[in-house]
Ligand binder design. Structure first.
Ligand SMILES: Cc1cc2nc3c(=O)[nH]c(=O)nc-3n(C[C@H](O)[C@H](O)[C@H](O)COP(=O)(O)OP(=O)(O)OC[C@H]3O[C@@H](n4cnc5c(N)ncnc54)[C@H](O)[C@@H]3O)c2cc1C
Length: 401
């Protein structure tokens, strides 16, 4: 028996587990692979929060609402942006070292944002977050069952009975007072069904989302999927890897086969992705050695704009990933095409992270309504922390009421 069962250990699950423990609940975390193995750990770009000197949560709200085609639920989006500065402080207290310029946090302006708002912890913000959250979960006293997946959930009076399956196939049942579903959007699984490439972790499958819907949980915008504009098209070994948004924030430009620019590189993601798809559909794309078509991302512009050595310093991870494949992105432009990345929609929640089914809470990419039908980059990592903590606290309150 656990007061709160947390399903998944990305940013949302681990934030929820820590918050539920802080609220005094007994917590069991189940997760498909190792604790923290998730899409969260893959995030490179960064996390948005209105902490810059000229920024405000009002501006953050307006930028996000417009980018999401005004389809976000305003009360959820407001909760997200207003929780931003505190989420950053919480992560910093857990040990995430956000990159600074002197004494100030470094903030970068990214697509769809009118102010510099993106914070980074080095170049692999998600991995840094996972490391800090994993330590916090371990220290919290939550029980963790790794290599264990939720395969069924059924109500039993006021409680829930979860069927768990270990990697060796052994199944058992656990009784719980409340559940936090933090199993992600599952777009990796959708991409596999369609035979498309995706940026997602192999564990990103949608069965938990489907389970909740089968139990009667309302969902919204399930078919609204986001493509990352700059998925690597070549070399083949990098296919599915997304060059982080920061490459464009630092000055990389997009060009068709004839070298012409065709979109504002700092427009919202869906605008940039759709422009690339259209250019290629019109026959203006450039061809990779295997015949696939995409557009050029001129990464050589970054050092031209910012000085030699900037790419090697600020984009060391992507630089090295390409170098290992024999491509120096400071000297050569690279071929890109949009790749499946993020499910905008998901389970309907309220400001307390409650789904429409009593006792079932949800947070992170498995939910819908926070971002509308397009998400600003950096807002998802923020979502996992803000709503993960909210859902964990509320689930603990429900289970111990
Ligand atoms: C390559 C990449 C780069 C990204 N970059 C950024 C970025 O820079 N900034 C940003 O804001 N967002 C970024 N995103 C999006 C963001 O990382 C994710 O949307 C977010 O981290 C999702 O967090 P989550 O906790 O909701 O789910 P996830 O991190 O996907 O975690 C889901 C967890 O659920 C577990 N799980 C799944 N099914 C089951 C089951 N049946 N039983 C038990 N456990 C299960 C998984 O094993 C995993 O631990 C990026 C995503 C990718 C893929």
């Amino acid at each position: 028996m656990a007061d709160v069962l947390v399903v998944g250990s990305g940013g949302a699950g681990m934030s929820a587990a820590v918050a539920a423990r802080d609220a005094g609940a007994d917590v069991l975390v189940v997760t498909k692979s190792a604790l923290g193995a998730s899409n969260t750990g893959r995030a490179q770009g960064g996390i948005q929060a209105a902490v810059g000197p000229d920024d405000s949560t009002g501006d953050h709200f307006e930028d996000s609402f417009a980018a999401g085609h005004e389809a976000a639920r305003p009360e959820l989006l407001r909760t997200l942006v207003e929780g931003g500065p505190d989420a950053i402080a919480w992560l910093a207290a857990l040990g995430v070292e956000f990159t600074r310029d002197g004494d100030d946090l470094r903030v970068i302006r990214c697509g769809g944002a009118r102010r510099p708002r993106l914070l980074q912890a080095g170049e692999r913000t998600g991995a840094e977050m996972v490391q800090a959250l994993r330590a916090a979960v371990r220290a919290s006293g939550a029980v963790v069952r790794e290599s264990t997946e939720l395969v069924a959930l059924r109500p039993d009076g006021d409680e829930w009975i979860a069927t768990l399956r270990a990697k060796d196939g052994a199944e058992d049942e656990v009784r719980t007072g409340a559940v936090v579903l933090a199993a992600g959007g599952g777009l990796g699984g959708e991409a596999a069904r369609l035979g498309e490439k995706s940026t997602n972790h192999p564990d990103a499958t949608p069965e938990v989302l489907e389970m909740a819907i089968a139990l009667g949980a309302e969902a919204t915008d399930l078919d609204s999927w986001q493509r990352h504009p700059t998925g690597a098209l070549w070399p083949e070994a990098l296919a599915g890897y997304a060059l982080p948004e920061t490459t464009r924030a630092y000055g990389a430009t997009l060009h068709d086969a004839s070298g012409e620019r065709f979109v504002d590189e700092l427009a919202p993601r869906d605008v940039v992705a759709n422009a690339i798809i259209q250019v290629v559909a019109e026959g203006r794309g450039a061809e990779a050695p295997d015949g696939a078509r995409g557009v050029w991302l001129d990464t050589t512009a970054i050092d031209r704009d910012n000085g030699a050595g900037f790419t090697a310093d600020r984009l060391a991870y992507v630089h090295n990933r390409y170098l290992r494949q024999g491509v120096d992105i400071t000297k050569e432009r690279v071929l890109v095409y949009p790749v499946l990345h993020y499910r905008n929609g998901g389970l309907v929640i309220n400001e307390h992270g409650a789904t429409t089914v009593d006792g079932i809470y949800a947070a992170g990419e498995i939910t819908g309504g926070v971002h509308g039908t397009n998400r600003l980059m950096g807002n998802s990592l923020l979502d996992t922390v803000v709503f993960g903590r909210i859902a964990g606290t509320a689930a603990a309150g429900w289970a111990t009421r």
